[in-house]
Design a protein. Sequence first.
Length: 337
Amino acid sequence: MYRYLIKPILFLGDPEWIHYFVFGLIRRLHKVPGVPFLIRSIYHISHPKLEKKLFGITFNNPVGLAAGFDKDAKLYQELSNFGFGFIEIGTLTPKPQTGNPKKRLFRLPEDHGLINRMGFNNEGVEAVIPRLKKNKNIIIGGNIGKNKITPNEKAVDDYVYCFKTLYPYVDYFVVNVSSPNTPNLRELQDKKPLTNLLNTLQEINQANKKPKPILLKIAPDLSNEELLDIIKIVKTTHTAGVIATNTSIKLNGLKSSNKSQIGGISGKPLNLRSTQVIRFLSEKSQKAFPIIGVGGIHDPNDAIEKLNAGADLIQLYTGFVYEGPGLVKRINKALIN
């Protein structure tokens, strides 16, 4: 029903406006007595085959919602009812920021993808804390970044601030140095600044009684040499794992009219490259660390392909937009079978 009735209507409007419209609709529906239970009964699947223990956390199923969908932790409770095993919020920055000028989100309908240049628009890390305090046993990842106005030489301070602020309220952290939409951010993926950043966070992390997993989210546009550097950095800094991958700025062969827009490409066009990166990291590291696979998962076969390539968990974003909430259930049913 979603693909043939609801999606065609939603796709008539501006993508960003529709995103917030749907947010409001989901929130209002969940205030109707019985609706949350009904949604869970439709979309949730529990089965021992789906359970995955990773980073000391037990995930009820391996399908998560990627960062960027619920940046400010406003809807994670409601979204979890659609069957996700975990929700990643953010990217969050120390100070609130409006992001890049609109229009900044574009559909690629013929390619089943999106282009975004959002620019870490969020309300600031402190704004999400009252919402996270209401969490009822949902596994939450905290994706953190730096403010646009913060120079790279002071970027560590932004990540440290977000890390300390979020620490009591999330189950794992994601260091985002791979978004293409914040000027010079990807320079932090270089060996020296990235090692310094991860070591600094780990030092703070290990000072706590119960250190939390810190993961690194990387770009799909890294060369094999750069990916080998990532493997070394992850090992030497004792980073818990890698999220592969963020959006791409290098994909070719797009057919949609919006293909020339500046920004990061997600969805089906990213599928092959993200799987290649997952496989490369898994094989070259000899599975030395867990990988969360994200990028172009639009059906159960895409999910299984990511897992077979070496991913331990997967995340949805653009596939959730194009295929609807039933995609989570279809993937989990396929994994059981």
